[in-house]
Design a protein around this ligand. Structure first.
Ligand SMILES: Cc1cc2nc3c(=O)[nH]c(=O)nc-3n(C[C@H](O)[C@H](O)[C@H](O)COP(=O)(O)O)c2cc1C
Length: 387
């Protein structure tokens, strides 16, 4: 058996024999509860919450239960390789850390701790525009981490270009442009507390350190923080953009360009036609639209539409190795993990994120073997039965 990823299981049992337990639960369903106990209520509400009645978030999870994995036996799966090919290079596993804003809410070291976990595990970190630590701080703290940059496309050209230049200068390899958050969704957990982290200056590190943003402020942010927040909310996004806007980014970003937040086959076709190198099928973890289609169900339709023309990535609802196998079998090349790693961060900083990632990768490795496969690329829908 491969010891690289499934070996985490063996390591846990050996430590157990010597009287040591894992740092916290290996059960993903208990992870969220454990994190809630150590987090400030408003921070937990912001991270765990979703749009409206949270029906989309529930649907994301339920969709995984509608696909059953079929075990296979006697297929020599003793040697396995979780690596995948992406944009002409290899990633050690089909897993990425999704862009999650304001990670300082979960742990004082925020994105720095997440980036160090990325460095340690080889799992790339997609750094959010609205991060608690800046593009430069994260790169300096984890120089060997594979880093991608997620853009919330501001309504200002100078600021946009400045963010892109900073990402290039600090060796962020891939640009992920998030398209499904051009408006802030109706989120009752936050509304009931009147709590939005950005209004309290959480998650604005990339703006407050940006010369183009600072230039747009009437007074320095240090003396007029409320004015800086106001300017930020005016610039944050632009709901008037269309597919005709994408070539601007293609022109100014020379690395791989990924469009995130695609659920409709028509949008997927438009993304490919606009010159994107990949798309992320995602409904933002159910945080944007309520009463929405499960991201996993959208994945099938999108892969049918463009799976032969582009690379499809997936997020929203991934909690376990089995979930990952299901998404890969339905045509995703890789998956992004959202809330679970943030809970790991809250529970144990860098080590907590590493524990969550190693657990998920061990499960993925074992599930791959038990479905009779040696590599992620070998998976296809025949491993699934709709239940
Ligand atoms: C607290 C929180 C903040 C997020 N912030 C961002 C962000 O800044 N940029 C972005 O593209 N997506 C953001 N997302 C969405 C994630 O990238 C991802 O799509 C989602 O978390 C995946 O679903 P999951 O949490 O069920 O794994 C955020 C998600 C959460 C939970």
């Amino acid at each position: 058996m491969s010891t690289l990823y499934a070996g985490y299981q063996d390591q846990i049992y050996r430590s157990g024999t010597a009287g040591r337990r894992p740092p916290f639960t290996t059960d993903h369903s208990r992870l969220e509860r454990a994190a809630r106990d150590v987090m400030a209520p408003q921070a937990y509400g912001y991270i765990a919450g979703a749009a409206g009645s949270e029906a989309t978030m529930r649907a994301n999870r339920a969709a995984f239960d509608h696909h059953g994995l079929v075990p296979r036996v006697l297929r020599d799966v003793s040697e396995r390789d979780l690596s995948i090919e992406l944009f002409g290079s290899r990633l050690p596993t089909p897993l990425l850390l999704a862009p999650v804003g304001a990670l300082g809410l979960a742990h004082p070291d925020g994105e720095i701790a997440a980036a160090r976990a990325a460095e340690e595990t080889g799992v790339p970190l997609v750094l959010s525009t609205v991060s608690s630590h800046s593009i430069e701080e994260v790169a300096a703290a984890a120089p060997r981490a594979r880093r991608w940059f997620q853009l919330y496309w501001p309504n200002d050209t100078e600021l946009t270009l400045s963010l892109l230049e900073r990402a290039v200068a600090n060796r962020y390899e891939v640009l992920v442009v998030t398209l499904d958050a051009f408006a802030l969704a109706w989120r009752p957990r936050d509304l009931d507390r009147g709590y939005l982290p950005f209004h309290r200056l959480h998650g604005l590190a990339n703006y407050l350190t940006d010369p183009a943003f600072r230039h747009l402020l009437p007074k320095p942010a240090e003396t007029d923080p409320a004015g800086a927040v106001q300017r930020w909310s005016e610039l944050f996004n632009d709901a008037s953009r269309t597919w005709a806007s994408i070539p601007f980014l293609r022109e100014h970003w020379h690395g791989p360009l990924v469009l995130k937040g695609i659920c409709h086959p028509g949008d997927a076709r438009a993304a490919v036609d606009s010159g994107a190198d990949a798309i992320v099928v995602s409904n933002h973890g159910g945080r944007q639209i309520d009463g929405g289609v499960a991201a996993l169900d959208a994945l099938e339709a999108v892969v049918a539409a463009v799976g032969d023309r582009t690379t499809v990535l997936f997020d929203s609802g991934i909690r376990t190795g089995a979930d990952t196998v299901k998404a890969l079998a339905l045509g995703a090349r890789a998956v992004l993990l959202g809330r679970p790693y943030v809970y790991g961060l809250a529970l144990g900083g860098t080590k907590g994120v590493i524990h969550v990632l190693r657990g998920l990768l061990a499960e993925l490795d074992l599930t791959l073997a038990m479905t009779g496969h040696r590599t992620p690329a070998a998976l296809d829908p025949s491993v699934l039965v709709r239940t």
